[in-house]
Design a protein around this ligand. Structure first.
Ligand code: CUA
Length: 190
């Protein structure tokens, strides 16, 4: 008779069945493959962010964003500045309760360094409909080298719960065909 304090009699001293040993070997082998994929994918994977991370004071980042807006502002939509930075430049996006500033106007096929940071708390950058996700943290400037591959109208949705207005925290990125934009400073010559 067994009670809760007597362990049942085991059979651990009997050798494992061949199928079980094979299963353990296969599972172990697969573990090793998955383990190796982590460093391998970091070096070889196409989807890895080429992130540049720095600490940044949130108020200084805020000021940098305002400077960026003042320099490259091309218009306004619903009170939000639309900013068209030149190819190859540093692009600053600010997350705060509950908005993304500014609206970015980028060119297709051109590389930018997209900086993400927050003024207050943890937000989530989720680019729709392409489903690209990054954490946006106050105190950290996360710089991503990005090349827009598709022209169109994209939405940035906050996917990290950030309070009462979380669900309205939607931003916008406009990607234009590079041919559609006049070259800066040359008066539109192509
Ligand atoms: Cu910002 Cu949710």
């Amino acid at each position: 008779m067994h009670t809760g304090i007597d362990s049942p009699q085991g059979i651990w001293w009997k050798p494992a069945h061949g199928a079980e040993r094979l299963w353990v070997a296969v599972a172990f082998g697969w573990c090793i493959v998955l383990f190796a994929m982590m460093p391998l994918w970091h070096l070889k994977g196409q989807q890895n962010p080429s992130g540049i991370r720095h600490r940044v004071d949130p108020t200084r980042y805020y000021q940098r964003v305002q400077e960026f807006i003042a320099t490259y502002k091309v218009g306004e939509e619903a009170g939000y500045p639309i900013v068209a930075p030149p190819p190859g430049s540093d692009v600053y996006l600010l997350a705060q309760m509950w908005k993304w500033t500014p609206i970015l106007k980028l060119q297709k096929g051109v590389e930018y360094t997209l900086h993400l940071s927050s003024l207050d708390l943890n937000h989530g950058f989720n680019l729709n409909p392409v489903n690209i996700n990054f954490q946006v943290l106050p105190g950290y400037d996360y710089g991503l080298r990005v090349v827009p591959t598709e022209a169109g109208d994209f939405r940035i949705v906050c996917d990290e719960f950030c309070g009462i207005g979380h669900h309205v925290m939607v931003g916008k990125v406009i990607v234009t065909d590079s041919a559609g934009i006049p070259a800066p400073s040359t008066g539109g010559a192509q």
